[in-house]
Design a protein around this ligand. Structure first.
Ligand SMILES: NC(=O)c1ccc[n+]([C@@H]2O[C@H](COP(=O)([O-])OP(=O)(O)OC[C@H]3O[C@@H](n4cnc5c(N)ncnc54)[C@H](OP(=O)(O)O)[C@@H]3O)[C@@H](O)[C@H]2O)c1
Length: 286
């Protein structure tokens, strides 16, 4: 079976990419910075290279003998330059396919920071002459596992709706792209769940699945910013989040996209099923 490189195997999507590749009988090499899942990954037989995508030595060890990679990173300042370093190494190791976790609305011309940084990395990948597949998901259902401390979702989201997606679906598209590359090379998959849900809808579904009480409090953007500041988040990150919530509150993020259906020929996982599958973890926040 083929060996695939996974970058971001600790992450919300990457952990499922690792699991699904192993379940399908493939071999996985993971490039990791954080130690969070190292023992679990070692138990699963994943070979580990410690380092980030800006670390040339780690990249050389991670890429030797590899043809295809899944890549997810964060979006902080420097992430575009770091991805260019990754691409240079990928070219010199003759990788022929990179499946990259991007985001819906990625656009190098966007005035908003997050879509712009994703768009710039997508364009860099397209220019690299390495085969590519872009995954452009909306917000992850898995965020709800930490989103409601004490049972309260307190964000400035108004009545806006999002067709939240389960990261297991994103991972399934990534795995299809890695393992059946001919069907997915050069494709951009816009990925959402099947139904746009407001924060009130989320709280209702979480309560129904767990038998416990979850509620949504639509707080003012300045109160949200103050709470984030108190938690020690940097101003640039707070600005990025405020920008995102402004769009949500204006209900600009509700449109359904069909990437899951196109890539996998099935419907996306519903939020009700996500809540049932993660009921214990949801309740841990209370
Ligand atoms: N959260 C959402 O709802 C959402 C929605 C749409 C798109 N996205 C996009 O998905 C991506 C992942 O976001 P997330 O919130 O899901 O974060 P996450 O799960 O924490 O994933 C980030 C992963 O990237 C790895 N990573 C970060 N910088 C790296 C570097 N320089 N070198 C190697 N690995 C690096 C981290 O590895 P270590 O643990 O080893 O440090 C971590 O596993 C972001 O680009 C985000 O814009 C997120």
């Amino acid at each position: 079976m083929t060996e695939f490189l996974v970058v971001g195997g600790n992450g919300n999507v990457g952990r499922h990419v690792v699991d699904q590749l192993l379940d399908a009988g493939h071999t996985v090499r993971a490039l990791l910075r954080g130690q969070a899942r190292v023992p679990a990954l070692e138990r699963e037989g994943v070979s580990l290279v410690v380092g980030g995508i800006e670390d040339g030595d780690a990249l050389a060890r991670a890429m030797r003998g590899i043809a295809s990679a899944y890549v997810a990173t964060s979006d902080e300042e420097g992430s575009v330059a770091a991805f260019e370093t990754f691409l240079q190494a990928a070219r010199s190791h003759k990788l022929d396919h990179i499946v990259r976790l991007s985001a819906l609305s990625a656009d190098p011309q966007s005035p908003a920071m997050l879509p712009r940084r994703h768009g710039e990395r997508e364009k860099a990948l397209e220019r690299s002459e390495i085969g590519w597949t872009h995954l452009q998901p909306t917000w992850f259902m898995q965020m709800m596992l930490e989103y409601a401390p004490g049972g309260i979702i307190a964000v400035p989201g108004g009545q806006g709706r999002i067709p939240w997606i389960d990261t297991r679906d994103i991972a399934a598209v990534a795995v299809a792209a890695l393992t059946e590359a001919d069907d997915h090379l050069g494709q951009t998959y816009e990925l959402t769940g099947g139904v746009p849900l407001s924060y009130h809808d989320l709280a209702r579904e979480m309560s129904a699945a767990t038998g416990r009480s979850f509620e949504y409090r639509d707080i003012a953007p300045q109160d949200y910013a103050a709470a984030m500041r108190e938690q020690g988040h940097p101003e640039s990150y707070i600005a990025l989040l405020l920008e995102l919530y402004e769009g949500i509150a204006a209900d600009t993020k509700a449109q359904l996209r069909l990437g899951v259906q196109e890539a996998l020929d099935r419907q996306p996982i519903s939020f009700a099923r996500f809540c049932r599958d993660h009921a214990e973890e949801l309740v841990r926040q209370l």
